[in-house]
Design a protein around this ligand. Structure first.
Ligand code: ADP
Ligand code: MG
Length: 382
């Protein structure tokens, strides 16, 4: 058939990374990455330090040459196109502003370089100053600005020549938490207003969630998870992703039939399994807020709803966090779970008290392969 019909889900991606590799000697910093980036999306590379995020971004920007593989933009190879011809803007963690130029001249710099007319430069710089709300600071030098303001100048400078794609490598990494959150909100709004494609790098999972339409999770130079924050959180593709993104409880169990696994001599309901897994050791994963903690009296008074599991445990510690609290419990077999509840709903529990933990079996994720090191929270991150 010659006519190709495409649904909106199958539109040609703006950028495609195909079997992309970067080797330093024997070491694969980027290990055969395949990724399609959609036009107009906000996509974040999330991973611990050294996982290959910056190297991938640098190849996209043209600062690094791939050892092998392809980078396509609209189906055209980018590998031989020099950085300044790529229609890509870039913002780094360090502001890299010119210290001797004021804000206006810093923002104007890429346009001056491209030899635009003075009138055009004035017009565009004014628009950028307005966009990042720095009109009042146009004549200050970088040293006279706060870290957050300097980073807004860097963003304006990257956007001023209207690149199709904006790459940002930990741009908020040097700022304190409150300011970082404000700028995250600003960036999200900026993205929505401009309709530009943003590829963002961070090691901070909360930042990734707050900003992105999709997240690519990096580990050892590979993408090990790709999807919306919500998909990756609700149904992590591996135990590694489950432990990397958010908090998770892992229970070691053994599959005993297609709907049950044995945990500490107690059968638990699990999502339906194929018979090939019978007898296999598995990890069950439950998110902290998805299990309910009941006192023994509460549990005795409320029959276990259909499709739910229940295990006995004892409260070890309760940590009050304001609107929520975290409750660590331990089972008779010595498994620990950390559960999260709204403060107002969990006043009945005390350290040392016997409790029942209940959850909906359908909420359980099940994993057949994992490395023990995958289960350590944020292994290798900083
Ligand atoms: P991330 O941005 O995820 O922290 P990077 O992409 O910067 O990670 O680095 C990935 C790996 O490649 C790291 O182990 C790093 O030490 C290594 N690496 C990066 N650049 C070089 C280089 N120029 N020479 C040798 N190794 C490098
Ligand atoms: Mg990096």
């Amino acid at each position: 058939m010659s006519a190709v019909l495409k649904t909106s889900d199958e539109q040609v991606p703006l950028v495609s990374l195909r079997n992309l590799n970067k080797h330093y000697g024997d070491f694969a910093a980027v290990d055969n990455i395949n990724l399609d980036i959609r036009d107009g999306e906000f996509l974040t590379f999330l991973g611990s330090s050294g996982s290959g995020k910056s190297t991938t971004l640098a190849m996209l920007a043209g600062f690094e040459t791939p050892s092998s593989g392809e980078i396509l933009v609209n189906g055209q190879s980018l590998v031989k196109v020099p950085p300044h011809k790529r229609d890509i803007g870039m913002v780094f963690q360090r502001y890299s502003l010119f210290p001797h130029l004021d804000v206006r001249a810093n923002i104007a710099f890429p346009l001056t370089l491209r030899k635009l007319s003075t009138a055009e430069i004035e017009k565009r710089v004014d628009a950028m100053l307005k966009l990042v709300q720095l009109e009042a600071f146009a004549h200050r030098r970088p040293a006279q600005l706060s870290g957050g303001q300097q980073q807004r100048v860097a963003i304006a400078r990257a956007l001023v020549y209207e690149p199709r794609i904006l790459l940002m490598d930990e741009p908020l990494g040097a700022l304190d938490k409150k300011l970082r959150e404000d700028l995250q909100d600003e960036l999200r709004h900026l993205h929505r207003r401009l309709g530009i494609t943003i590829v963002y790098v961070t090691h901070d999972q909360e930042e990734a969630m707050r900003l992105s339409q999709r997240i690519a999770i990096f580990s050892h130079g590979k993408i090990v998870g790709l999807g919306t924050g919500s998909d990756l959180y609700q149904a992590p593709p591996s135990a590694f992703v489950a432990s990397f993104l958010g908090n998770s409880n892992f229970l070691r169990a053994k599959v005993v039939d297609t709907q049950q696994a044995m945990f500490e001599q107690r059968p638990l309901l699990v999502p339906a399994q194929s018979t090939q897994h019978l007898g296999q050791e598995v990890l069950l994963m439950i998110r902290p807020e998805q299990a309910q903690l009941l006192t023994v009296e509460q549990a005795n008074a409320t029959p276990l709803p259909l499709g739910h599991n229940e295990i006995d445990a004892r409260v070890e510690e309760i940590v009050f966090l304001g609107e929520s609290l975290t409750c660590s419990v331990i089972t008779a077999g010595g498994s620990r779970l950390s559960l999260k509840a709204l403060s107002i709903a969990a006043t009945a529990h005390q350290p040392g008290s016997e409790v029942r933990v209940r959850w909906q079996a359908a909420r359980t994720c099940i994993y057949y392969d994992w490395n023990e090191s995958d289960l350590l929270k944020g292994a290798g991150s900083h």
